[in-house]
Design a protein around this ligand. Structure first.
Ligand SMILES: [Zn+2]
Length: 715
């Protein structure tokens, strides 16, 4: 097959309107989402059955075959990744060393990339390496792949001449031109090598066609530069789908793609967008611009569903993905979905139906029943974290276990994991409830939760420590606490102190608690230590970053308010100076951001300087903006990972929005918040194998906050 034939032979029709997401075999269970939620039509599968370049994850051919079958079941095409040039060190060490590209002195071409641990060797397309790549591509075709994506097509050079002088090239050059490859000008060699690389791509395509003759396949390669070989002008004619790796956005990107499109004589153009990780909002903004540019020139965008890792200790992919970052997910949904702009899809119609307020209140009543029947201890008023799914009783450790710090110093996975945290957060909700209803029984329930919180402080051995929770004996507890426990605890107590529910005697108690907590923190240099004085895992309250800065300030300012001691006001001002710029609505998923929000709530209500308050308001809105995309509905799942992604993050997102107390911001999301509230079965909020209070506790807090703001009509 010569270049002309390839140039005129068409790509499969689906390639022209492809919306491409990257995937690994790990994403197999997400393929329905990839198609239906995100609107992708093609996945680019990163998983090589043989010979990695040190970056692309390995996968067995069996698993690749399963992935392809599953993708096809979901109406997705699969294009498989293979590095057509580079292989990791290990591959060079065996008999393949003769296949390497060579410099003029006969040295193999290799380099050490910054993002992987190994040296990479470049192999020559005139050597048996070409057959090796063809066999890999044919294997993909046999497994049902709809195409191959050849990465890094190039003759590499690192400082010297951009030529290959390997024995295969020497021989073939002589045969084809009659000349000695060492004797001709550089330009002539480079031109010849470009043709050799193109012909290699042609052979890969023939091999795939032989392996699956009935199915037209995409054969594409990553053109990222304008070098003498790796350019659209040189390689484009050998591809049936053009592929450009591109960064940036705006006129520069469009011009670049328009030129590709013109040079490619009407072939489909796929564009992988280089995604630089900044903040979720910033990365999403740039991605949206890039996709717009790609679509504007009639090209097909490819988005990294999971961002590649640049950490050599962790080659492959990072933790950041459209599955964990809702802002990125939102961009993909917006631009990939064929329904974009139409607004008539069934999903949109369903989404526009807003649940009635009475439907919401029915779920709030359900959550309230579950809280007081199952999670709240009737004597200590601790809010227990986990229930045993069989007995529906709190998953309490034995007293001996607590004494022996089993299963851990923090009592994770036991009923005592988050009592302080949940009590503080829930108390805020009960205070909003009382503010709406003024019913004495509602004040009494708030008082009980306050008593549970007081008990926690009283139980500490080291005065001023806030343990996570106490056993039914009202004393026994694990030693380890956390920034999160303190944050929510202080939020609840601070609000209670300023509420109409509090008595003068309780005010005095709260003053005592805050005095002790602040003195303890000051003595420990604003690092939270355990109740035995030991460093703990999540104790870095002093850190200068979001999720720490605003929390420390909230704790100290709340203490200054409660104690009316000017010393704490001074300390607050000193701590504020270096922290103000870190007071952001950032630092994690919604279950983290909601805690930033509780801190901002305290700060917004207590800070008297309007300019400083503006900073807190901005942080509060930033957290809410980051949470808003999470409100999208999702099926209830019993898997732990999915629990966080579905119920927990959605509920905490709704609470984060409600607590902005910014009507203008909340109103457009009100329908989505109500849908979240009516979606879940609060009798079955499961994490792993256990019932988990986090899937229940935010419900009342959200509803009563909205009701207090007049956004939900109480019954
Ligand atoms: Zn060579």
């Amino acid at each position: 097959m010569d270049a002309q034939e390839i140039k005129t032979s068409g790509a499969p029709a689906w390639a022209a309107s492809a919306r491409i997401l990257s995937a690994t075999c790990e994403d197999m269970d997400r393929l329905a989402d990839v198609r239906n939620r995100f609107g992708a039509t093609v996945v680019l599968l990163y998983g090589v059955g043989q010979t990695s370049n040190g970056w692309c994850p390995r996968a067995s051919y069996e698993r690749i075959g399963q992935f392809i079958a599953r993708a096809h079941d979901n109406d997705l095409k699969v294009v498989c990744y293979f590095d057509t040039t580079l292989a990791e060190e290990e591959f060079f060490k065996d008999a393949h060393c003769e296949w390497a590209q060579r410099d003029e002195a006969g040295q193999p071409i290799h380099y050490q990339p910054t993002h992987i641990r190994q040296h990479r060797y470049a192999f020559c397309f005139n050597s048996p390496w070409s057959e090796y790549v063809q066999r890999a591509a044919a294997r993909y075709a046999e497994l049902g792949a709809d195409g191959v994506f050849l990465d890094n097509p190039d003759y590499y050079t690192f400082g010297g001449k951009k030529s290959c002088f390997c024995s295969y090239c020497q021989e073939r050059f002589k045969k084809e031109t009659g000349a000695d490859i060492f004797q001709v000008p550089e330009g002539a060699r480079v031109k010849w090598l470009g043709k050799c690389l193109g012909e290699h791509i042609g052979r890969v395509r023939e091999a795939m066609t032989r392996a699956a003759p009935a199915r037209p396949v995409v054969v594409t390669a990553n053109v990222c530069g304008d070098g003498p070989i790796r350019s659209m002008r040189v390689l484009g004619p050998y591809l049936n789908v053009l592929f450009r790796e591109a960064g940036g956005a705006g006129p520069h990107l469009r011009k670049r793609l328009e030129r590709d499109r013109d040079e490619g004589s009407g072939k489909p153009l796929w564009v992988v967008l280089t995604m630089e990780w900044r903040s979720p909002a910033e990365t999403a903004r740039v991605l949206a611009e890039q996709i717009e540019d790609v679509l504007a020139v009639g090209a097909c965008p490819m988005v990294w569903a999971t961002l590649p890792s640049w950490d050599p200790k962790r080659p492959g992919f990072s933790e950041i993905s459209i599955y964990s970052e809702p802002l990125l997910a939102g961009v993909v949904e917006r631009f990939f979905s064929p329904r974009t702009g139409a607004g008539e899809g069934s999903r949109d119609a369903a989404a526009s139906q807003e649940p009635s307020d009475s439907a919401v209140w029915a779920k709030v009543a359900e959550a309230h029943t579950v809280m007081w029947r199952d999670y709240i201890d009737p004597h200590t008023f601790q809010i227990y974290t986990y229930l045993d799914p069989q007995t529906l009783r709190p998953r309490l450790p034995s007293y001996a276990d607590v004494a022996a710090c089993k299963p851990s110093t923090g009592g994770w996975d036991t009923a005592l994991e988050n009592c302080a945290l949940d009590g503080g957060s829930y108390l805020g909700g009960l205070l909003d409830r009382f503010a709406v209803t003024s019913k004495p029984e509602h004040a009494e329930e708030a008082r009980k939760i306050y008593q549970g919180l007081k008990l926690i402080a009283d139980a500490a051995d080291r005065k001023g420590c806030i343990p996570r929770g106490v056993m039914p004996d009202a004393k026994t507890h694990y030693p380890e606490s956390s920034v999160d426990q303190y944050t929510k605890y202080v939020y609840g107590l601070s609000r209670y102190f300023r509420s109409p529910v509090v008595t003068e005697a309780e005010k005095a108690e709260i003053r005592t608690i805050f005095e002790a907590v602040l003195k303890r923190l000051e003595a420990d240099r604003f690092v939270i230590l355990s109740d035995t004085g030991a460093p703990i895992r999540f104790g870095d309250l002093d850190a200068l970053r979001p999720s720490r800065a605003e929390r420390l300030l909230a704790i100290v300012l709340a203490g200054a308010d409660v104690t009316a001691d000017s010393h704490w006001r001074e300390v607050y001002l000193q701590l504020r100076e270096p922290r103000l710029k870190h007071c952001r609505g950032r630092g994690g998923e919604p279950w983290v951001l909601v805690q930033n929000q509780l801190a901002f709530y305290v700060l917004r209500h207590l800070e008297t300087d309007p300019d400083i308050r503006k900073v807190y308001e901005a942080g509060s809105l930033e957290a809410a903006e980051a949470c808003a995309p999470h409100l999208r509905l999702c099926a209830v799942s019993t898997g732990e990972r999915d629990f966080v992604a579905t119920a927990m993050n959605r509920l905490e997102s709704a609470l984060t929005l409600a607590l902005t107390e910014n009507r203008e911001f909340i109103v457009p999301h009100l329908g989505a918040i109500k849908r979240v509230l009516v979606t879940y079965d609060y009798t079955r909020s499961i994490r792993g194998r256990h019932l988990f209070v986090n899937g229940v506790r935010p419900v009342e807090c959200i509803a009563w906050s909205l009701a207090r703001q007049g956004l939900l009509k109480p019954e």
